[in-house]
Design a protein around this ligand. Structure first.
Ligand SMILES: [Mn+2]
Length: 327
């Protein structure tokens, strides 16, 4: 891309890559530094029936997700779209995931984005797999086993069943939060070996496996908001900012974009005392003592790829009256 990376991040991209709901997995390619979905509702399959093929009930409440996503690459990685990847699928109640390619691979002349992108593409191909059976850890296992790229990635993946049960598998420092009536009621916990070295799925055998992912199950309610992101979001934006930003937005696409842009603003602000700088200080990283003497301390956001996926839980009364005629 001809546009210098530094310029591209400040002028917001005019080109958007739109991905059809249902098959979409996205990363920003060379022609775009942003992926954005319009607010689209998934289409849960209403043809659920008992062993005789008859509908279980004539009226069923089906949960699904309305999803918006927004990705802003690291300012120096705009040309290839950064190293994060994500997927959105309408399978069952909806499947969303974010993967963050571990950047250390660049030192070995490996493009860190290949692994995260292939992991998401692979996961998308297995969402409806019988063995996966709505288990996101099994989905990770199969997706991981099927890919060939060299590299590693942190990943969070969530699968919503149409009965409203959300299953989340988290490995490393991507994450997911659930907001109910303005309050965060659930957060994944980052896993790491040491500061800035998260658990990760890797092409190397001496790494974590899908079994190291923490599996969580949450019963969702209508209007719950899911905020999923890479560490580029959570290292730069505090929980209270996430809830207040989401509350101000009209829909999920707007919320995903607003959160990503807030994270980007903070990531470039050297004076902002970010979640990342607070964490770094708590681990003993700080400016030299002579700077501390004059009141200077380690601050600033963290420059990174920023991926935000926002899902809103919708509930539809699904009338199956027509099913009787089909029998
Ligand atoms: Mn990251």
């Amino acid at each position: 891309m001809a546009v210098p990376a530094a310029a591209a991040i400040f002028s917001f991209p005019t080109e958007k890559r739109l991905v059809e709901w249902g098959w979409g997995w996205g990363w920003s390619g060379s022609s775009s530094s942003l992926v954005s979905w319009p607010s689209i509702r998934s289409q849960p399959n209403p043809l659920r029936a008992d062993g005789d093929g008859r509908p279980l009930t004539t009226n069923t409440e089906l949960f699904s997700l309305s999803v918006g996503a927004h990705l802003i690459p690291h300012p120096r990685k705009v040309d290839k779209g950064g190293e994060d990847a994500f997927l959105v699928s309408s399978h069952n109640g909806g499947v969303i995931a974010v993967a963050d390619g571990v950047s250390g691979w660049a030192e070995r002349n490996v493009d860190p984005s290949l692994f995260s992108k292939e992991l998401m593409a692979s996961a998308l191909s297995f969402v409806a797999d019988d063995e996966v059976n709505f288990d996101p850890r099994m989905l990770l296992k199969k997706a991981h086993a099927a890919i060939r790229s060299v590299g590693s990635a942190t990943v969070t993946i969530a699968m919503l069943q149409t009965d409203g049960v959300l299953k989340v598998a988290n490995l490393g420092d991507c994450g997911l939060k659930i907001i109910r009536r303005g309050l965060i009621i659930f957060s994944t916990t980052p896993q790491e070996h040491y500061f800035d070295c998260p658990f990760q799925l890797s092409s190397e055998t001496l790494s974590q496996t899908s079994l190291d992912a923490v599996l969580s199950t949450v019963q969702l309610m209508e209007k719950d908001i899911i905020v999923m992101g890479s560490d580029g979001l959570f290292d730069n934006v505090f929980d209270k900012e996430i809830t207040s930003t989401v509350a101000e937005c009209e829909d999920v696409s707007e919320a995903a974009k607003a959160l990503a842009e807030l994270a980007r603003t903070h990531s470039m602000d050297l004076a902002f005392d970010s979640p990342y700088s607070m964490e770094a200080r708590s681990r003993g990283f700080d400016v030299p003592f002579w700077k501390k003497l004059v009141g200077i301390r380690l601050t600033g956001g963290k420059l990174d790829d920023i991926t935000v996926v926002v899902g809103r839980v919708v509930k539809m009364l699904n009338s199956l009256e027509g099913m009787a005629d089909m029998d």
